[in-house]
Design a protein around this ligand. Structure first.
Ligand code: ADP
Ligand code: MG
Length: 310
């Protein structure tokens, strides 16, 4: 995982999973991706015994680190924040060497192949009208058709650089230029969904089945519902359409070993499928919802016991 001293334990899903694992008396070990080594076909890392506490500012202690063959572990939870760069991609390649004999959650090859805003485009009928490009002519014609649009980076997170461009907005040209120099990749252009005011729903799926959900309502002066941008978590139920979305995605997620995912739905339209320890499970429990950390561990333990990691 990323440096444990820097995570926000109030929202971090991996931290919730660590607490639950400790409660179940599993032995916990910790390493950062920069400590991995591949040698003679085996993957090693300097790992340290880890203890966790649900106390801000005092949330972990580490024992002495030791070089261990990662194949000796039963389970590895992969928790790396973007950027989705070559360092990230390399980490998935290394973990792929030991999966599924060691169960890596989520399957590293699938994580690599499923960047959140890319994977979702495999389900175009569940999405709002969406264009992925950096071509000005394409964007202009999409804008002419849909009027009110959103532009956002393909590999963004936490609401970074998400802009609404209203039909009469004269800043579009400059914003295009800014995106073109800032991002090397194509970006996402999407129909603006006004119902975002009512929230962007995070739905957690565990091995492809609905686990729980939390609605995130943006602050009155912001488009973005992300909790790091002032969005407020609210209790919620699933609509019929949202249940349909879960049912459609379930088999695809299971097939790819994406055991723990969080999808985002605005006004019944799917916008993201998050596969790298998505936030939400702590908020869901705090609002009186199910204990998804327990549910995820039940699933992991069951897979290990059954030897059917894939
Ligand atoms: N098409 C859209 N219509 C309305 N609001 C949107 C749209 N796309 C994104 N947003 C707002 O911006 C926020 C962040 O966008 P999102 O696509 O989830 O990217 P990120 O990966 O940064 O969370 C969303 O939670 C939502 O509030
Ligand atoms: Mg989002």
């Amino acid at each position: 995982m990323d440096p444990i001293e820097r995570i926000n334990i109030r929202g971090d899903s991996t931290f919730a999973l660590l607490l639950e694992a400790q409660k179940r008396a599993h032995a916990l070990f910790y390493y950062t991706p920069d400590r991995i080594a591949l040698r003679d076909g085996r993957v090693f890392a300097a790992v340290a015994p880890l203890a966790v506490r649900d106390e801000v500012g005092n949330h972990f202690s580490l024992g002495e680190s030791k070089r261990i063959d990662l194949a000796e572990f039963d389970v590895i939870l992969m928790r790396q924040d973007p950027p989705f760069d070559l360092a990230y991609i390399t980490a998935t390649h290394l973990l792929e060497r030991i999966h599924p004999a060691t169960l890596v959650v989520n399957d590293p090859a699938s994580v690599r192949n499923a960047p959140e805003k890319m994977f979702v485009t495999e389900f175009p009928d569940l999405m709002p009208p969406t264009l992925l490009t950096r071509d000005l002519t394409e964007i202009k014609s999409f804008r002419a058709e849909h009027g009110d649009i959103v532009m956002k980076p393909l590999y963004g997170k936490g609401g970074e650089a998400v802009f609404r461009v209203a039909p009469e907005d004269l800043n579009f040209g400059s914003l295009y230029d800014l995106f073109a120099v800032t991002f090397r990749e194509p970006w996402v252009v999407q129909k603006f969904l006004p119902a975002v005011k009512q929230g962007d729903k995070r739905i957690i799926l565990v091995d492809g089945d609905f686990g729980g959900a939390v609605n995130r309502v943006p602050a009155p002066d912001d488009l973005r519902s992300n909790m790091v941008r002032g969005g407020t978590p609210k209790e919620t139920e699933l609509s019929v359409r949202e249940r349909e979305i879960c049912a459609r995605l379930g088999p695809a997620l299971r097939e790819r070993g994406l055991l723990f995912t969080g999808i985002d739905v605005i006004d019944g339209f799917l916008t993201e499928i998050n596969v790298t320890s998505p936030t939400g499970i702590r908020a869901i429990k705090n609002l009186g919802g199910p204990d998804l950390a327990a549910l995820i561990w039940d699933k992991i333990e069951h897979k290990r016991a059954a030897g059917t990691q894939r």
